[in-house]
Design a protein around this ligand. Structure first.
Ligand SMILES: C[S@@+](CC[C@H](N)C(=O)[O-])C[C@H]1O[C@@H](n2cnc3c(N)ncnc32)[C@H](O)[C@@H]1O
Length: 275
């Protein structure tokens, strides 16, 4: 596995006489970029709200980030715990819902969390399951099992169709990211690694590249996963065979929503401690 910077971006940095500094997409300045990148994306919201309406009880938004799903859930009257590894991402959510009693933000790792509550719905949206390797996913499934109420629903999303194919193909393209003053041009590069199982993605502001010097490269490493593989993993981890439905996307993205419940009851628990 290479470092955090793709070969394509390294080539561009060298040509510009610049030095790249890889920064996690979900930390520091990466979080403002993420907000501009996906802030207006309404994908999954309608389906998540419909799921929430079908349940009765608190909701756990796993890898909640800046609250793209949490905020509409809270505004629809639901009580939500927003769990994320990044305090910087959750800070955006805090700012969007100041003093809101229906939301609780928890900095924690989705691979191993122990919260006091049990949840009617645990949602892992934005295809964030792909942030985890196989071991990480097993640990996530165990943590979710511990926190589901009886008949509680676990829902997660993953890219499908043409979108899944795009995620498995190397790419290098200039994209315009919305923002103040009409937005900015970025170079996006996607490198496929590990015999097609992993993708390394980078974003660099093209004006930074042109200026040379020390250049911030926003970076993330994700797994290439499909719906069938996840369905098998869920069953092996003690969930029922998931129901799979296609999310209606407003853009060109194809997304599958997997919903399931614990197969043999939820082994809630003695070992949970208050968050
Ligand atoms: C693609 S964003 C999704 C954010 C939000 N759910 C949305 O729909 O926009 C992925 C989020 O996962 C978080 N994350 C990454 N690894 C994590 C982990 N191990 N545990 C909890 N959160 C994690 C990141 O900080 C980031 O906020």
């Amino acid at each position: 596995m290479s470092g955090l910077i793709t070969a394509a971006v390294r080539t561009r940095l060298t040509a510009a006489g610049a030095t790249g500094r890889g920064i996690d997409l979900y930390e520091g300045v990466g979080t403002d970029f993420y907000q501009h990148l996906v802030g207006a994306d309404r994908a999954e919201i309608r389906e998540v709200i419909a799921l929430a309406r079908s349940t009765d009880g608190p909701i756990l938004d796993i890898a909640a980030g800046t609250g793209r799903l949490t905020i509409p859930l809270v505004r629809s009257g639901h009580r939500v715990t927003a769990l994320d590894l990044s305090a910087d991402m959750l800070a955006h959510l805090h700012r969007a819902l100041p003093g809101e009693p229906q939301v609780r933000c928890v900095v924690g790792d989705m691979r191993d969390f122990r919260l006091a509550g049990r949840y009617a719905l645990a949602i892992l949206g934005a295809t964030s399951i792909t942030l985890l390797d196989r071991e990480g996913r097993s640990r996530l499934y165990r943590s979710v099992q511990r926190h589901l109420a009886d008949d509680g629903i676990f829902a997660l999303t993953v890219a499908a169709g043409a979108s899944a194919e795009m995620l498995a193909t190397p790419r290098e393209q200039e994209i315009r990211i919305p923002g103040p003053n009409g937005g900015e041009e970025y170079l996006f590069a996607q490198q496929i690694e590990d015999e097609g199982r992993t993708r390394l993605v980078n974003w660099v502001r093209t004006s930074d590249l042109a200026a040379g010097g020390d250049v911030t490269v926003l970076t993330s490493r994700l797994r290439v996963l499909g719906c069938d593989e996840l369905a098998e993993e869920l069953i092996a981890s003690g969930f029922r065979a998931p129901r799979i439905s296609r999310v209606r996307s407003h853009g060109s993205e194809d997304i599958d929503l997997l919903t399931t419940t614990a197969a043999g009851g939820t082994g809630g628990g003695d070992d949970r401690v208050p968050a």
